[in-house]
Design a binder for this molecule. Structure first.
Ligand code: MG
Length: 162
């Protein structure tokens, strides 16, 4: 039987994954408004991935017979300082997610919940990937000093995300 403490923490994380999706969708809208179709596409895909993360936790709670409780999602920023800043903000956001996943893992450990630990191991690996992706995009942009041509070239590449 899953503990109430863990169910509450996972419900909070479902909310945070959906909040992440909202943030990336807002970043996509910002990129669309500023004529960067590649980053707009990339962020839309990222937003979809965050919904998948929320659903993975949703399905986990259903499978263990716990109750999913959806909460309010606050509205994200609408305007962002610039192209590079969007990716720096994304990396900072993913670092918060990583620390939240690690906290969840610690709770599951304390509760000796092996099923939850198994699911959370997937998320720990996923967070390594998320941070690496944003770190690489930032490095690519900074390598060329954030010049317009570096933004154009990066944007073309980001538009190819599947
Ligand atoms: Mg996520």
């Amino acid at each position: 039987m899953i503990s109430k403490r863990l169910v509450d923490a996972i419900n909070d994380q479902i909310n945070f994954e959906l909040l992440s999706s909202y943030l990336y969708l807002s970043m996509s809208a910002f990129m669309e408004a500023n004529d960067y179709p590649g980053a707009a596409h990339f962020m839309r895909k990222q937003a979809e991935e965050e919904v998948e993360h929320a659903m993975k936790f949703f399905k986990f709670l259903v499978e263990v017979g716990a109750r999913v409780e959806l909460k309010t999602i606050p509205g994200p920023e609408v305007e962002f300082p610039g192209y590079l800043d969007v990716f720096k903000m994304s990396l900072a956001h993913e670092k918060i997610v990583t620390s939240r996943i690690r906290d969840l893992y610690e709770i599951a450990k304390e509760e000796k919940d092996h099923a939850a630990l198994s699911t959370l191991t997937w998320f720990i690996d996923e967070q390594t990937e998320e941070e690496e992706n944003f770190t690489n995009i930032i490095a690519r942009l900074e390598k060329f000093g954030g010049s317009p041509i570096s933004i154009m070239m990066t944007d073309d590449k980001l538009g190819a995300r599947e």
